[in-house]
Design a protein around this ligand. Structure first.
Ligand code: NAP
Length: 500
């Protein structure tokens, strides 16, 4: 039952002393509480191995909120809903006392047996935890039970299947919420609205009018302390398999018959099924890998990837990927969708550029003008907005055309930051809306696609690594990928909302 329409639940956070819990989950839950989206009927049990009292844990929660938010006037009231339970998730005996605590809180806060199990821990523990939750009766409740899991969901299709089988022993597919935090981002969610709430775009959203699409997600940061994880992952598994392919699916899907979870997911799945598979030599034609060397970022010298902590001096791991995706269906046949993502790039930016085809003839050739193609740019982060690039008359006597930009910047409208992705996703999960979480079918198809590329890359050592300097725009081979088709990457810095 919901209190005043607000969701009630016991949220168990496994890994409650970790980075994700402290940096994202506690502040996001607090925002929901502060905005009055959470009812008074909620409790959180933080779970990790180190011994902490409830008071110490509540102090940690307070600190994490205070470092993330200026408005912390209800923080004591909020923190009083937090309880700590020290437990090694591999130790079967300790789940019994966790069950007891959960039962007591359920009664105290009248939570109707609603439970959310948030696994903010390394994936190797997911199967063990799911099994114990079932065997020790923690999932045996009258209300709903939901499992939230973080990426990475497996390392390849095989391991993802294994992981899925393990968690499916305790949870059904509709009880599993696989987080892809890109799907919680305001402007990623806006892709649907831009496409399906405007009469002017949908008729043009196909291979007759669009020449190519470019999706960029670049970071300034290097691998930081995550060398051990990243060595096994690389940019392909860390970014392409999930975030990049999810954005492509939203851009390319057919209009769903309804805007509900099943219909949207089913359209996204069709896009992933239509991705042109590639194997062997084809991989090098369609995909480019890169690894950063040393360089200068924001005026500071930074080391090469191979000199980072926990990284092999001969590492073959890619920190950059560019690729050309082809979607072999009626709508998209012949339209390349270029994606690129990398670490230690010149700028932090996630953007989508939809480039429309040129008009049939240029009437302005007498003025020796080449007209710019129309672009629709969706700015995802750090700035959020939409820009439409058009050609208009240059003011004055002549009939010269000049490029103009119609610009919408989210911050310009109401001056407030849009909610953090985790805030939205946690709220969705509490309300039982799984639309912005990834279905198993999507996970399986995207691993199937990516596995073919990683097989080739793992079996052939990149001879030219490192092939881009830190602080640059990536390897030159990524430019050549587009040049072969007569295109070029639109420079993301020139497209910024602030530059418009
Ligand atoms: P982390 O900082 O290393 O935290 C791991 C947590 O797990 C700690 O609370 C640790 O506490 C607990 N833990 C480890 N072994 C345990 C055991 N045997 N029993 C009980 N608790 C145990 O990791 P993180 O950065 O928060 O990441 C957690 C997960 O989220 C990972 O799968 C990561 O890939 C994913 N993720 C993280 C981020 C992020 O921003 N951090 C973003 C996306 C995805 P004790 O040492 O006290 O046991």
């Amino acid at each position: 039952m919901k209190q005043n329409g607000k969701p009630t639940a016991l949220i168990m956070i496994f890994g409650a002393t970790g980075d994700l819990a402290n940096r994202k989950l506690f502040p996001s839950l607090y925002k929901l509480f502060e905005k009055d989206k959470l009812s008074e009927q909620f409790a959180v049990i933080g779970i990790a191995r180190r011994p902490l009292t409830n008071d110490e844990f509540q102090n940690n929660v307070r600190k994490s909120i205070q470092s993330a938010s200026k408005d912390d006037n209800r923080v004591d009231e909020f923190a009083s809903h937090f309880y700590y339970h020290s437990l090694d998730v591999t130790d079967s005996d300790s789940y019994v006392s966790l069950k007891k605590l959960a039962g007591e809180l359920d009664e105290h806060y009248q939570l109707d047996g609603n439970r959310i199990f948030y696994l903010a821990m390394a994936p190797e523990f997911f199967g063990t935890i799911a099994l114990h939750l079932k065997e020790d009766g923690l999932t045996d409740v009258n209300g709903f039970k939901r499992l939230v899991i973080e990426k990475p969901f497996g390392h390849d299709l095989e391991s993802a299947k294994e992981l899925n089988n393990q968690i499916r022993t305790a949870f059904s597919e509709d009880e599993i919420y696989r987080i892809d935090h890109y799907l919680g981002k305001e402007m990623v969610q806006n892709i649907e609205v831009i496409r399906f709430a405007n009469a002017i775009f949908e008729p043009l959203w196909n291979n007759r009018f669009i020449s190519n699409i470019q999706v960029t997600s670049s970071e300034i940061l290097g691998v930081e302390e995550r060398g051990r994880y990243y060595e096994k992952s690389g940019a392909l598994r860390d970014m392409v398999q999930n975030h990049m392919l999810q954005m492509v699916a939203l851009l390319a899907m057919e209009p769903p018959i309804r805007l509900n979870t099943e219909e949207i997911r089913s359209e996204k799945v069709k896009v992933l099924r239509a991705l042109r598979p590639m194997e062997g030599d084809e991989v090098e034609q369609y995909f480019v890998r890169g690894q950063y060397g040393s360089g200068t970022v924001s005026g500071e010298d930074v080391p090469a990837y191979r000199n980072e902590v926990m990284v092999s001096e001969e590492s073959n791991t890619e920190t950059y990927v560019a690729g050309k995706l082809m979607i072999d269906n009626f709508r998209w046949a012949g339209v390349p969708i270029y994606i690129r993502t990398g670490k230690r790039m010149e700028t932090k930016s996630t953007k989508i550029v939809i480039q429309f085809k040129d008009i049939p003839m240029n009437l302005y050739y007498r003025t020796e003008q080449t007209l710019n193609p129309n672009l629709l740019v969706i700015h995802i982060q750090p700035e959020e907005g939409i820009t439409l690039h058009l050609n208009a008359k240059k003011a004055g006597q002549s009939m010269e055309a000049t490029p103009v930009k119609l610009n919408f910047a989210n911050k310009g409208i109401d001056g407030i930051n849009t909610p953090e992705a985790y805030e939205k996703l946690l709220f969705d999960c509490m309300r039982g809306d799984a639309t912005n979480f990834t279905h198993w079918d999507e996970v399986a198809l995207s691993w199937g696609f990516v596995d073919k590329i990683s097989e080739v890359w793992e079996n052939s050592k990149a001879k030219n690594f490192p092939n881009y300097a830190s602080g640059s725009v990536g390897p030159k081979e990524a430019d050549e990928l587009l040049e072969r088709d007569g295109f070029f990457w639109w420079p993301v810095t020139n497209l910024d909302v602030d530059n418009c």
